[in-house]
Structure formats: C-alpha cells, structure tokens
Design a protein around this ligand. Structure first.
Ligand code: FAD
Length: 363
C-alpha cells in the first residue's frame, strides 16, 4: 500500500513514521517540514488539565497519548535523540482564584486516580526557587515535555531510515489517486492522509464539505536563555484575568514562555504587544527573569476544527484520511494520533479512544 501524507508537522511526520514501521510505503509532502505550529510549540506534555473536566473523550485521548509517550520515544531514539523529558509538571497558583481552580483540578485528578501531589508554598519554593511567592502547587510527576525542534528531525530520520521519502514541495490538489504538487508533478497513492495543520482544507479537488475547515489560532511564544536552566521543572503559572503562562525549561538553558491566543487569521507575524504581554506576565511570576538573554519571539498557527477537537481517521471520500485540528494539544496528542492513523492505514482496529474524533462527524 502506497500512502502519501500531505503535511510534515509533528502529526504528519509521526503518522508516516508509525505507518512505515508497520510496513506501509510512505511519502511525506511538505515544502518545509517541521516549520509551522509544531516548530513554534513549547512541547509541554501535561497529560491532563482543568480544561478537560467536561471533555471526557478528549481526556481519554490525552491520557492514552501520555501512556504511549515513553515507548514512542524509546522506539524513535533507536534512530535519533528525541528531546523528551518526563521529570514532572508543576502547576502553581499565584492568586486566590487560581488556587480555587488548582484545588478543583487536584480533586478531579484524584477522582480519576491520576498521580498528582498537592504541594505547600514551601515545597513549591524548594522545587522552583526562581518563582515569586505562590499559594500552592500540584506536582504531576509522570508528565513532562518534549522539544519539537529535536522531535521532528528525529521523525524525518526515522521515516527515511525505514525507506520512506520526504518531498519538499507544496501539494495543491488531490485527484484520481494522485497528489498534484505546486510544480505540476503528480504523486500517486493508494491512500492519502491530509495533515497540513490549519492549511488542510485548502487542498483542492475534494467534494465540498468532505474536509472540515481548520481555523488558525495564532500563538506568540518567547524563548529566553541562561547558562544554566533558571527553572528545574516544566510549569504552569496559574493566575486570573488571562495572565496564566506555561514555562518549559530545556536542559541547555533555554526557557520557553507561552503563549498568546489570537484570532487573526493566517497571520504569523510577531508583535510588540505580544512580546510585551509575555514579558510582563513572566516577570510577575519569576522576579529574576529580566537578566536572561532574549533568544527569540516566534509565532505559530494552532489548527482548530469547528468543534475544537482533533479530526482523526477516514473521511467520506474513499482512501482519503485526515489528521488535523489538534489545536493547542498537537504535540501532546502525537503518539496516540500516529497510533490511530497507523491502525487505519493497516486495516487494524484503532485504539478505543479513536471513534469520537472521526472526520465523519462533520459530514
Ligand atoms: P503544523 O505543525 O502546522 O504542520 C502543518 C504542516 O503542513 C507544515 O509543516 C506545513 O508546511 C505543511 N503544509 C501546509 N500546507 C501544505 C501544502 N499545501 N502541502 C504540503 N504541506 C503543507 N501543543 C502541545 O501539545 N503542547 C504545547 O506546549 C503546545 N504549545 C504551543 C505553543 C504555540 C505558540 C503554538 C502555536 C502551538 C502550541 N501547541 C502545543 C499546539 C501544537 O503546536 C499544534 O497542535 C501542532 O503543532 C499541530 O501540528 P500539525 O502537524 O497538525 O500542524
């Protein structure tokens, strides 16, 4: 079976790798693999969060992905380092409202039997001495982060090592079991996976409505640098009034600070306002952050489906599949998405968390 994957972000690349591992012949088409939302992403892997209280199906998908991450990474690291760390995520409350949310989240985690530890301000200060005064924290020891700028090259290495191909061109349309490229070349397929992030529905040639529209939601994100890491653990600094931030330290001293949420269409510019908002918020949580070297301000477009949930599986068009719409959780949901897609592409039964995310719900 020859499968073509259109889009080489973290979702398309992981899908191609897992399918190649199952013996599928894969070709990835992307003008600049690994350069869009996945490149901007912090790669935080919280596993679960307060946002999921009322989204049981998404929570199940997240937990399934978290369970898969260690083996997914171990197998990938047979090819190249993948930039994964599973040394905990610390959520901290900086004000009373955030404390109420944190306690609600902790009770929810306990009710699900998820391993989480409630920490006093002193215990938080011991773990993250760089933080200003906090009211309380919750440590999730089994969670962590991955660096998508290491993960994606590793996926390309693994795909190519298994005989897959990456074509660095844009796809314009799908017709008669071929993908037409922007130079007019045609790439034949038995099956095609559309995984082009928020550009997925722009691929032409499919019947109207076969692919739901994927909306871009811009995120600006800051990268600072110090000789030794300022924070010990990936953290979410929780505060009211939209001031919360996530903070992802890398072992090389980089600190990723994210992010903004902006509905500004296909606009990937970085702005003074976005930068100022992130710097102001991070300085509130980490008083000493001003001495760090400014490394980068970047932006990416999160792919959001009409109902805000991932779209994974076969479409109503024979042999056309879709893997997109992962919104703010694409890196977190990479292993489970790739596993589900590899099952569909090898005609085996996908993980039981898959059915609610079928593209057919939009038909
Ligand atoms: P993308 O990474 O956008 O990849 C789409 C690919 O399709 C691109 O490589 C593009 O070149 C290609 N493409 C487009 N058009 C065509 C075409 N016509 N032909 C061929 N190829 C095409 N998620 C988390 O889990 N944890 C986080 O901490 C996190 N932080 C984030 C921070 C920011 C600032 C942003 C923006 C996102 C964050 N996300 C996070 C969300 C996550 O990054 C996305 O959900 C995920 O990267 C989506 O991956 P994707 O492969 O679907 O899309």
């Amino acid at each position: 079976m020859k499968t073509v994957v259109v889009g080489g972000g973290v979702i398309g690349l992981a899908t191609a790798w897992r399918a190649a591992r199952e013996g599928v012949s894969v070709t990835v088409i992307d003008p600049a693999p690994g350069s869009k939302a996945s490149h901007a992403s912090a790669g935080m892997l919280p596993g679960h969060s307060g946002q999921l209280y009322e989204q049981e199906e998404l929570l199940r998908l997240c937990l399934a992905s978290r369970d898969l991450y260690p083996s997914f990474i171990a197998e990938l690291e047979e090819f190249a380092p993948a930039g994964f760390r599973r040394d905990g995520v610390l959520d901290v409350a900086f004000d009373e409202d955030a404390l109420r949310d944190l306690d609600q989240q902790f009770a929810f985690q306990e009710s699900l039997g998820i391993h989480a530890e409630r920490l006093s301000p002193e215990e938080c200060a011991k773990l993250q001495p760089a933080f200003g005064p906090v009211l309380a924290g919750v440590l999730m020891p089994d969670d962590g982060a991955v660096d998508p700028r290491i993960l994606q090259p590793a996926l390309i290495t693994a795909i190519e090592a298994l005989g897959g191909t990456v074509i660095r061109r844009g796809a314009t349309r799908v017709e008669d079991h071929t993908v037409v490229l922007d130079n007019g070349d045609k790439v034949p397929f038995d099956r095609v996976v559309l995984a082009a992030g928020c550009w997925t529905h722009q691929i032409e040639g499919l019947p109207e409505g076969a692919i739901p529209e994927i909306r871009p939601v811009k995120g600006q994100i800051l990268r600072l640098h110090s000789e030794t890491p300022l924070l010990n653990l990936t953290s979410r600094a929780l505060s009211t009034g939209g001031a919360s931030l996530y903070l992802v330290p890398r072992l090389d001293g980089e600190l990723v600070v994210g992010s903004t949420y902006e509905e500004t269409g296909y606009d990937e510019t970085v702005t003074a306002e976005g930068t100022q908002s992130l710097l102001t918020r991070v300085a509130k949580f980490i008083p000493g952050v001003g001495s760090l070297r400014f490394a980068e301000i970047g932006a990416g477009l999160r792919p959001a489906s009409p109902d805000g949930l991932p779209v994974i599986g076969p479409t109503a068009v024979p042999d056309v599949y879709m893997a997109s719409g992962h919104f703010r959780m694409g890196v977190q949901l990479t292993p489970i998405t790739a596993s589900i897609m590899a099952s569909y592409l090898t005609d085996t039964t996908p993980h039981d968390s898959a059915p609610p995310f079928t593209p057919l719900r939009f038909s």
